[in-house]
Write a protein that binds this ligand. Sequence first.
Ligand SMILES: Cc1ncc(COP(=O)(O)O)c(C=O)c1O
Length: 403
Amino acid sequence: MELSQRILGMQASPIRRLVPYAEEAKRKGRSIYYLNIGQPDIKTPSGFFEAVRAYSRDVLAYGPSDGDPALIDAIIRYYRGYGMEFGRENVLITYGASEAISHTLMAVCDPGDEVLVPEPFYANYKTFVQSVNAVVVPVTTKAEQGFHLPGREEIERKITPRTRAIILCHPGNPTGTVFTRAEMEMVAGLARTHGFFILADEVYREFVYDGLEYVSFGNLEGVDEHVVIMDAVSKRYSACGARVGCLVSRNTELVAQVLKLCQARTCVGAMDMAGAAALYDTPVSYLKEVNDEYTTRRNTVYRALKRIPGVVCEEPKGAFYVVAKLPVDDAEKFIIWMLTSFDVGGETVMMSPAEGFYATPGLGRDEVRIAYVLKNEELAKAMDILKAGLEAYPGRIAPVAAG
Ligand SMILES: Cc1ncc(COP(=O)(O)O)c(C=O)c1O
């Protein structure tokens, strides 16, 4: 039986691909610091579970396709706190941010259309773009420049009559980059001039450090018809398993069209929506505590990386990831070697090879993504092990001496 070229052309998740090596290492008795996946260890607010436990009906029935009105209203109030006014006609509840992304792409792309994506990017963007037979057009960003966007002309060179959208992750996974207002205005200007959508993935909105000003694409003027925000409770409230997200846009025509897709999959889980609505009542002190915790973790990881000879990275300002260039022949080989052949006192480290976060062949081969989602002491140990691993690795490349 033949499968579609579309599905055969998709890559397996670069985040999960090396899991068999980790399982083998565990079988051999090694313990592993998992820095490969963005699964936070922070406690989910108890309000979620209380609301689920209190959810009692005679029949667990379908809910509304656009989402539970109590949840939609909670989300509208939440956005008001960020200076954005939305009504119920602007919000659709989705199965995580993932479904908001895939539904939006379905609504804006025809086969053969092009989607600009700054690389390195959240790897699933590529799968979602491919699933609608559209094409990722990468806009390369660099570790040395903190993965900020290149200038307007460079992006403009990638725009063609088939460009339908740009996807931006802000703050960025895997880069940790928080775009400046000037960069965002530049993107807004391009979207207006060339008539494409801005798909703003803002699931890490609360994970911005060092008191940096946070601006949402929904705060920008003059792009109401262009901006689609894709969001979720997954990271904000450490509720990845709830599978509740949303699509938010002032383009009511787009929202009305996407509703057809929501109707086709009937509704998001009713109990999960009830739990998610309760999450939005979590005191803001929770978000502040989580932000403080991640700032500490970021500092531990970044400072340790900067002390390792040959490692290149800029301080990440948001999300909970950092992409680092390592002095190795091939980052994937190095990660596998760490799992199969290296440990310090029976402990080793797992990271994600960054190559899978790029669309341009060959880029990211010497880079890894580190998710700083473990406790601070564990991260400190993991960084010591990484340093020792880099010293012992046979494929190590000697750092070029300065001057
Ligand atoms: C940038 C980004 N967007 C979307 C998602 C998926 O979010 P959800 O779990 O809400 O579908 C993730 C998950 O890691 C992510 O990092």
